[in-house]
Design a protein around this ligand. Structure first.
Ligand SMILES: C[S@@+](CC[C@H](N)C(=O)[O-])C[C@H]1O[C@@H](n2cnc3c(N)ncnc32)[C@H](O)[C@@H]1O
Length: 207
C-alpha cells in the first residue's frame, strides 16, 4: 500500500464475512479509520484512531485533506460507489491520492438471495429525494436503497395507484442474523406495518 493515501473501502452488506481480503488488509494497516457508527462497530479490535462519520461530512473532508500524510481509511457499507460516500470523496479529495476498494453492495447481495440476475437493472435511491415514480416504475427491473420516508409501503402504494402488474421483494437487515426477505404483490407488502433497514426490488410480472 502506498503512503499519503486515502483508501475508501467497501465493507459489504454488514456481516464481516463479506469484506474482501484486500479491504481487511488495508483497514488493518490504517492509522485512522473513519466510518458510520454501525460500520465502525465491526472493527472493535482496530488499534488506531476511529472517527465517526455522520452529518459531519465537510468536517471529515477537511480532516482528510489536511491529514493526507496519515494512512486514512474511510469504510463504506456495501460498495462505496453504489449510493455511498465514494461519489462525494471522489469530487472532494485529490483522486491521485485516493483509492476506492469495491465491496459487495446490498443490491448484489439481494439479487443473489432472490436468484434473479441484475442484467438491465435500474438502480436508484430514495435517500433525500422524492422519486419520480412514473419514470421509476416504467422500468421492468428496479432496485432501490430506501430511507425512512420512502420505503416498501410507499412504493407499494405507488404501484397500486397505477394498477401495475409488479412483484416486490424487500430485503431487511441483509447478511445479518435477523435478515428477512419478503416477496409478494404490493398488497402483500402493505400488510407489514414496519420494515427495518431495507432495499426494495420491483419486477414486472412478465420479465
Ligand atoms: C447510503 S445507502 C448505502 C448503500 C451501499 N453503498 C451499498 O452498496 O449497499 C444506505 C442504504 O443501503 C441499504 N442497505 C445497506 N446495507 C443494507 C443491509 N444490510 N440490508 C438492507 N439494506 C441495506 C439501505 O436501504 C440503506 O438505507
Amino acid at each position: 500500500m502506498e503512503e499519503d493515501m486515502l483508501n475508501v473501502v467497501g465493507i459489504g452488506p454488514g456481516n464481516d464475512g463479506y469484506i474482501t481480503e484486500v479491504g481487511k488488509k488495508i483497514i488493518a494497516e490504517s492509522d485512522v479509520l473513519i466510518g458510520g457508527k454501525r460500520n465502525l462497530e465491526i472493527f472493535e479490535n482496530f488499534c488506531g484512531e476511529k472517527i465517526v462519520l455522520g452529518a459531519n461530512l465537510v468536517e471529515i473532508k477537511n480532516y482528510i485533506n489536511e491529514n493526507i500524510e496519515k494512512n486514512i481509511t474511510v469504510i463504506a457499507s456495501g460498495d462505496p460507489s453504489v449510493y455511498g460516500i465514494g461519489k462525494y470523496l471522489s469530487k472532494n479529495v485529490d483522486n491521485e491520492k485516493m483509492e476506492i476498494i469495491p465491496g459487495i453492495s446490498s443490491m448484489q447481495y439481494m439479487f443473489s438471495r432472490i436468484k434473479v440476475d441484475m442484467n438491465d437493472l435500474y438502480m436508484t435511491s430514495s435517500h433525500g429525494r422524492e422519486p419520480d415514480f412514473d419514470y421509476l416504475l416504467s422500468h421492468s427491473k428496479v432496485c432501490m436503497v430506501t430511507d425512512s420516508k420512502i420505503g416498501p409501503r410507499e412504493i407499494a402504494r405507488e404501484i397500486i395507484k397505477r394498477d401495475l402488474k409488479k412483484t416486490m421483494a424487500v430485503g431487511e437487515n441483509l447478511s445479518y442474523d435477523n435478515e428477512k426477505i419478503t416477496i409478494g404483490k404490493p398488497e402483500d407488502i402493505l400488510k407489514i406495518e414496519k420494515y427495518d433497514m431495507n432495499i426494495v426490488v420491483i419486477l414486472d410480472d412478465e420479465q
